[in-house]
Design a binder for this molecule. Sequence first.
Ligand code: SF4
Ligand code: SF4
Ligand code: SF4
Ligand code: FES
Length: 958
Amino acid sequence: MDTISLHDTDFGTPLRTSETEVTLTIDGFEVTVPAGTSLMRAAMDAGTQIPKLCATDSLEPFGSCRLCLVEIEGRKGYPASCTTPAEAGMVVRTQSPKLAELRRGVMELYISDHPLDCLTCSANGDCELQDMAGAVGLREVRYGFEGKNHLAAVKDTSNPYFTYDASKCIVCNRCVRACEETQGTFALTISGRGFGSRVSAGESQQFMESECVSCGACVNACPTATLMEKTVIDAGQPDHSVLTTCAYCGVGCSFKADMKGSEVVRMTPWKDGKANEGHACIKGRFAWGYATHKERMLNPMIRKSISDPWQIVGWDEAINYAAGEFRRIQQKYGTDSIGGITSSRCTNEETYLVQKLVRAAFHNNNTDTCARVCHSPTGYGLGQTYGTSAGTQTFKSVEHADVILVMGANPTDAHPVFSSRMKRRLREGAKLIVIDPRAIELVNGPHVKADYHLQLRPGTNVAIVSALAHVIVTEGLLDEAFIKERCDMEAFNSWRDFVARSENSPEALEISTGVPAELVRGAARLYATGGNAAIYYGLGVTEHSQGSTAVIGIANLAMATGNIGKEGAGVNPLRGQNNVQGACDMGSFPHEFPGYRHVSDVATRNLFEKAWGVPLRGDPGLRIPNMFDAALEGSFMGVYCEGEDIVQSDPNTQHVTSALSAMECVVVQDLFLNETAKYAHVFLPGASFLEKDGTFTNAERRISRVRKVMAPKAGLADWEVTVKLAKAMGYDMPYNHPSEIMDEIASLTPTFKGVSYEKIDRLGSVQWPCNDETPEAGTSLMHIDHFVRGKGRFIITQYVPTDEKVTKRFPLILTTGRILSQYNVGAQTRRTENVQFHDEDRLELHPHDAEELGIQTDDWVGISSRAGETVLRAKVTERMQPGVVYTTFHFPESGANVITTDNSDWATNCPEYKVTAVKVVKVMQPSKWQEEYKTFNDNQIHLATDRVVAGAALSAGK
Ligand code: SF4
Ligand code: SF4
Ligand code: SF4
Ligand code: FES
């Protein structure tokens, strides 16, 4: 196991970069540092640690504790080294009898108001106050403890993950600054004055009642046991750390799994992680308890029919049964009658193996991934215009943006750590354009306000993008030089003529988009002329019938204004799940081998045929929706589904469940008995991210390691299960470790040529393309001098309104999204204390609609569409616009996807989750679907609970 130091070095103040350097003398040693560096940090460079309490290198210095005093020749007094910048020629002393006396005095005051329970304190061994008492040589406390103190202060235990013990607070302000600077939530203040001052959440509220979003930044920053993780209080201090990657969203934060033996005690965001630089959100930081949840299914199981009880069997029996069924089905219904689906929650190595299994052992190309239902239009749109389907920048690049355009994304909830970075840049003065039907938090958040909020009608993204382009073209805002040098001129000319037409003006499109033309004109001018302009977009762009067109439109905007190939600009898809990028890179789509090479390309096919030793098919296989249709037609009868809950996450649930019910062998590999597993005939227990080795690729194309910190609870890691299934199907995949799978990927994929575990271990992460033409760590910024496809290609984006029309029968538009504390289908987060923050999906609607319909917050409301009907509780909110309602989809019983329809993107079949015409009425009882779901679900849980042992192996992994 690769371990890493439990405690990172703290340099006291942030790193400064400057072309100017200054040389000074500290304790007799010369040291040279960039101008702006604090004396405290310069002293660290000279090998001296100055005592400190209120300073830490993730926050700007504050200078309140007065422990870090130094002497500077020629200056009076004892300045604080954390707030004093180094200057050329300074002569500094960090140790002297006077300084020692002053520091002891400061510490004495702190300790005289601190409970002396060090031996039994949860921070014992990891407390900076304790360390500093030792460092300054404190031997006695003259003031005693009889006077006024805070020792009886009440502990706030309201947050499920951490406590606030005010009796231990030294009022260093680190937590307050972390909440402001790192997280950007501004939930904490120091209330009271002088001796009475204390940290307070919100308006002197409990943490759970305040605006706190439980990111844990304050807990990380606290030097004492005042803010402390409950898991550490319960389990004690960890004894070692293993570096790994968050298993949730596409930000891909690096974490240190702080361990005690094989038990995780805490997940600490890694300071040197390039995606997160020491920050985290509630999910990665705290919501990992699902990995040991009692509902984990740890035994392989089989059953003939979904009305039979499950039978527990050994791994070999389950896998041989699945392989036997797949072979039988292929003999009866043909080679194309089975396929495989992976999840973006799987590692690169796992998704690579599943597509290899399908192509080499199933002998067809029926492989697909859940990226089909989220970012497949990104692949298409960016591939067509730029030549490769990935985000162009690093997250850090936003620090150079002058204008930030956020479209169809809600980073505060869905990509929180990136959102914190973005908000920091906005507080520094960058301008913000939000294009979203809802007033997301960024529109008017703490210390952040959108300069333009284009609150468009759902389904009109392409119209808005065309209108923006119209203004840029007709008002002479194009970057002509960039276009001439970098783009295909013929394509540009056609596009320019197209968008210049009056039908594409903001005025002409106002009736469709609902956005006042003047706002669109203002936003276009700002984007085109405001300096470096970066676009960040999400599923609010892709999950539409014109999802691919909108992505193309966005790519056009960046080319038209020269906002590509430089820092602070670019086109950045915010990926929903942790490995959406990787799942696409690994050849999970039915038409592409790894590295986005079409299966019909003979040279590529020959390459893979030679490596894999089998003939391969050159015709694209079935996409997920085609699999469902084929199942209902009787030609697709078996599926291997690894880590993906298609029943809950795909649209038109009743269509999906009918398709699965028509199949003869559904194999589900997952942690829990998810909604799809309730329709399965074979259940193979999955391994959590803590139980396996592999890699994830985040939205920056950054490949990071997932490291095993405990043995797989069911005995096998997921990649081993796929290897066994392939073997049972007659195809050998002889790997000993996932690193060998990555070596194979690198040998067959030009953009991965330079990727290896050895390199990732050495550098922390690498970004593809990583090959002979790129620096060792790969490519951080894409399309610098030329586009991957050569010349950038403008493509005309004709707005075609969706077929999903609002009518008298269905007068409102439903759109869907996420919430911070829950993740995707909720299988993981619902099994953590995150349910305390969000325990049900609600229907949000505007007060105007609510009044018309006689609905109040908390009322039960029936929502019906052309596809189905469900019931949720209402939440009336000004965040919505009249005519548009919204819900999340984290709970299966909500049935959000019972309502969404089969409409999909014209190019990729990505479902149109974001636009469903609905009717909303006040009701008193659940929908028919919900009643049926309850009966079915109760029965399936009963069949799983009463599972019987068949064969010899009861215990996991035997
Ligand atoms: S809670 Fe911790 S970080 Fe905040 S002021 Fe108190 S001691 Fe400092
Ligand atoms: S957990 Fe995060 S949001 Fe909550 S108070 Fe701490 S820093 Fe602020
Ligand atoms: S921002 Fe995303 S990757 Fe980072 S901790 Fe949160 S869920 Fe995990
Ligand atoms: S560490 Fe410098 S004043 Fe506190």
